[in-house]
Design a protein around this ligand. Structure first.
Ligand code: ADP
Length: 148
């Protein structure tokens, strides 16, 4: 089974990395898809994200990293994946993730696997990291090493 893990990953945190590591216990391959979303005010340009995440997984042949335009439902098929993967940190994430999974099932008949964050990673989000970075705080330990 090939899973497509879409997101902004601005930046890719150790919470994201843990979700990838856990899904590889039962999936054959993960394609990490960085959505190109012009509406979002990004901290790291998409190419920088692509580069950092690709470097981090360069020795793992079961992880591929791509950037994509347009709808996630279309990207899943074009990269040969079977299912979408998303993470859920807390209950408030769940409602949003449920709507997304409903849309993707309706549009393309693609199912979504939701993995819940482990307790030690629940508080970590890209937006928290961006906020810390903006105020000059160290982000080591929250993001994958290739982002430092
Ligand atoms: P998006 O902008 O699409 O929400 P993100 O890059 O913020 O993308 O997150 C991608 C996915 O990873 C989302 O499903 C999000 O809920 C999940 N995620 C984010 N942080 C964590 C974490 N600490 N643990 C588990 N899942 C997470």
């Amino acid at each position: 089974m090939v899973v497509f893990f879409p997101g902004s990953f601005d930046p890719f945190t150790i919470g994201h990395a843990e979700i990838v590591e856990r899904v590889l216990r039962f999936a054959d391959k993960v394609v990490i898809g960085i959505g190109r979303n012009d509406a979002k005010n990004a901290l790291y340009p998409v190419e920088r994200r692509l580069d950092a995440i690709s470097k981090y997984y360069s020795t793992n042949s079961r992880v591929e990293v791509v950037a994509y335009n347009g709808l996630t439902a279309d990207a899943v098929r074009s990269c040969g994946a079977d299912v979408i993967l998303r993470g859920v940190r807390k209950f408030s994430d769940y409602e949003y993730e449920q709507s997304l999974s409903d849309i993707n099932r309706e549009l393309e008949g693609v199912e979504t696997i939701l993995l819940s964050a482990s307790p030690s990673k629940q508080y970590i989000s890209s937006s928290l990291v961006r906020e810390m970075k903006r105020f000059g705080k160290p982000i080591d330990g929250l993001v994958i090493e290739t982002f430092k």
